[in-house]
Design a protein around this ligand. Sequence first.
Ligand code: ADP
Ligand code: MG
Length: 454
Amino acid sequence: SPSGHPPLTSVLSSVFGHSSFRPNQQEICEAVVGGGSTVALLPTGAGKSLCYALPGYVRSGVTLIVSPMLALIADQLGKLTGAGLTAHALSSAASAAENAAAEAALDAATANTPLYILVTPERMAMPRFKAKVERLAAAGILRTVAIDEAHCISTYGHDFRPSYGKLAYAAALPGVALVALTATASPAVLRDIESSLHLVRGEYTLVRASFDRPNIRYGVIFKSLTPDVYLKLRTLIMPFLAGRSGAGIIYCRTRAECDELAARLYIDGVPAKPYHAGLSKAARAENQTDWLDGIVRIIVATLAFGMGIDKPDVRFVVHYSIPRSLEAFYQESGRAGRDGLPALSLIIFSKSDASKMTWLTARERDRRLAALRKARDARLPSFRAMFDAASASLEATINLCTTASCRRAALLAHFDERLAVRGAARGPDACCDYCSHPEAVAKATAQAASVKET
Ligand code: ADP
Ligand code: MG
């Protein structure tokens, strides 16, 4: 081709085995191949990994991928090597031999062979590694840097990681294409990504997808108005399990709640298993595998479950008590319906749960800030900002549940997105409980607000 590299669509099929690009992927890949800086805001499951893996292959040489979690690194490593590409992880979790192999591959790297190196942000910040990165860039061998889960840069994100703040040097490397990717699109997070990486709006490529998940229907159930929450929940989710495939996730706040709910479903003939930090590592792994394989249809989990999991046929995600923020709610509910087929997101709401969550959030904030203050830790202001953002987002979550209006619009408004097609205009029952039955929801909302909870 005139630009000196093979057409991206042929690389897409011959190397990565996909017949066509998903929305926004081609635009992002072209920008990264072109060598500039790019920020990609794409919902979970949209295919962000391809947006650095493919340009990395086309640009050749070394692609550094910064990822915050060892589980995510392992998953990516498996996918890249599975596609026949050469990839190594440098991490504290890998064995000395594995790390040595990664270092050796990096030392032997050339500009003409694609090589992927996955690293944690902590590794990127180490002076010795930083020096090596700068050397490789100067030699024209390091060609692409991807910062995955880039919201970790921001105190407004739900997974703030101070060492993500030390990646600015990667954005200034000569001849290196930088791409930062995240599924968290709130305006505050984007501003933090820009300032951390010294990117100026208008001078880099910003690709921002719609965060709407049209096949997910949203609903809120008021605990105080529901005589038997369990029965109601079962009635709502069972139709989704009528087929031979299809799975669900129910998020609970406590381990005991997970165990009880899973047991009750199990006794009622619904294959369900718990997943939480109180189980042995082996039991957790077994329950997760059974769920992934469809042997167990429902996983009843604390928030420890789901990060990095890519199961296409999750038909419903239930929050048995209120999500801790709208970012978390978006991520967690977004695990439903990756296959594009109809899916359901339900929040079981009660005022007492909401106050408990508010109290827990405040207590966590006070504890952490007290510890930082005592240690005279310089990160105190950024953590304070993070906790303020967390409280505000929890309040927005409570508002979503306690306001009779379109749930989808409320969720997307938090990510600065206004819906073009709203509510009932999407088709019957395609949006949320409010858009299907505005009067009933308005009535229930008012009633729930006035109920005195014990
Ligand atoms: P994200 O990081 O945005 O959540 P991933 O990169 O993990 O998403 O991709 C989600 C899934 O989509 C993966 O299984 C991946 O193989 C698949 N995928 C990505 N791009 C395409 C494509 N163009 N065609 C088909 N499947 C794709
Ligand atoms: Mg990803």
